[in-house]
Design a protein. Sequence first.
Length: 260
Amino acid sequence: MNILDKIVADKHKEVNLKKELIPVEAFELLPFFDRKTTSLSKKLKSSHTGIIAEFKRKSPSKSIINNTANVEDVAFGYEKAGVCGMSVLTDEIYFGGTLDDLINARENCNLPLLRKEFIIDEYQILEAKAFGADVILLIAAILTKKEIKQFSELAKSLKLDVLLEVHNNEELHKSMMPSLDMIGVNNRNLKTFEVCLETSKNLSTHIPNDFVKVSESGISTIEAIKELQPYGFKGFLIGENFMKTQDPGKSAEEFIRSLL
């Protein structure tokens, strides 16, 4: 069993337990459920930088990245830096995140927020809306075509943007459908955790222009972004590069200043 299989197996257990404790009807009573969302895909289309900055404490590949950063300060700092959106990890076991991080980010910035999670059930999409997300992530590697359609259409009915993550041509071609806003190419092999920017370049020509192209993982330099922009990428998800510093917001600000 590889790391992705382990994460998904644990996620099924976690979601089943949550369903027993908190009914979906409870989500509709939370204040953020009726909040008007902000479109990340629209912001990326009009941006010259396309930075989506991440809040992440740890990962299976790098262990502890930053366990002292305060999500409120980071959210404020990222917005001040001029990022297009903020990605918030909510998986606790493998990434050290919680839904509280999503709420705290929402209360401290007006950025479009991506709930970065291993979504395997509609329950998590309703949960994302209730806890302040504007965007959900769907990972093609762990979902069937039917599930991608079902989940993305539910997200659109809730006015959430949908970012679909792919790693290869097979995942891309099974997944393309009108209910997606963005297609993210993950340069990290989720089974080995090796990173290669060529993955984004190779898949870019197969992604129709109807979708905003986002490159994810392994982007740590200005050069990497300038290298990918000619391939049509408008969004760049950056996590560890900012989070491994003492002040992620300031690091993002300096990075964006150098990019412009």
